[in-house]
Design a protein around this ligand. Structure first.
Ligand SMILES: Nc1ncnc2c1ncn2[C@@H]1O[C@H](COP(=O)(O)OP(=O)(O)O)[C@@H](O)[C@H]1O
Ligand SMILES: [Mg+2]
Length: 253
């Protein structure tokens, strides 16, 4: 079972869009996916029509529930979900005093059945707080979506530094499986320049796929459908299929 965190501390990078639609395109390729919505804003949960009113994930972190009891099925038979909880907002404060709070999620993962899913994909919040650190401690892999704007590049360097600290202190097996440019507007030189810059700076860490700006991707959540079902032939669906293909290729590693 591969465990992947979708992370970027900048909001609007394309994390949620990537988590949901990578899960959907992996599911098309017969992979079973457990999606975890670790963002209190609950965008992934609402994309699947789930409310964030339950205390589920919050109770997981406060050790009051078993992880298997907070998994819900989605309309896609190959995708299960652990929905977010608005209660997560108060978690940073609550866990600040707690010894070993960074490894709670990793420990909870041990309660999961070993072979039910091929992938666990975690949609992270846009912060580098205790929730994101839990994700980075519990997974082996990271996918970093980056918005194709020059402003996004500085944040990326900071993120890579944080990742190397986590790797050193908490999770030696952690690796970046790939950086993926998102919202690439091919009509502008700016976007093309940024992608070029990313490729020259981060070389082999970059996925070959870039996700183009595609209005369908921003409409799909309102229809409670991943892009593969909302408009199966649009550019967004095409691009996420290419990304899934690259991710699947890494299975052999
Ligand atoms: N490739 C894309 N084309 C068009 N809109 C996109 C694309 N990717 C993301 N968006 C939109 O950009 C906004 C931020 O994306 P989102 O995935 O929610 O980022 P994050 O989870 O990192 O905050 C959302 O409104 C989303 O619909
Ligand atoms: Mg998000």
């Amino acid at each position: 079972m591969r465990k992947i965190a979708i992370i970027n501390q900048k909001g609007g990078s394309g994390k949620t869009t990537t988590a949901v639609n990578l899960a959907a395109t992996l599911a098309e390729k017969k992979r079973k996916v457990l999606l975890i919505d670790l963002d209190p804003q609950a965008s992934t949960s609402s994309w699947f029509g789930q409310s964030r009113d339950s205390k589920g994930l919050f109770e997981l972190f406060t050790n009051k529930t078993n992880i298997n009891d907070i998994i819900v099925h989605t309309d896609n038979e190959r995708i299960d979900l652990i929905p977010s909880s608005s209660w997560l907002m108060g978690l940073e404060k609550r866990l600040a005093q707690e010894v070993g709070a960074e490894i709670i999620l990793k420990q909870k993962f041990q309660e999961l059945p070993k072979r039910r899913w091929d992938y666990i994909i975690i949609d992270c919040p846009p912060t580098l707080g205790i929730l994101t650190i839990n994700a980075l401690t519990a997974v082996q892999e990271i996918i970093v979506p980056v918005e194709a704007r020059i402003m996004a590049l500085a944040g990326l360097v900071q993120l890579l530094q944080t990742i190397s600290v986590i790797k050193e202190r908490l999770n030696p097996k952690l690796r970046i499986s790939g950086i993926v440019p998102c919202r690439v507007d091919l009509r502008t030189n700016h976007a093309k320049e940024v992608v070029k810059e990313l490729r020259s700076n981060f070389k082999s860490k970059m996925y070959k796929t870039a996700i183009r700006e595609n209005i369908k991707l921003s409409e799909a959540p309102s229809y409670i459908k991943p892009i593969t079902e909302y408009d199966t032939n649009c550019n967004g669906a095409h691009d996420y299929r290419l990304l899934a293909r690259e991710v699947i290729k890494q299975e052999r590693k």
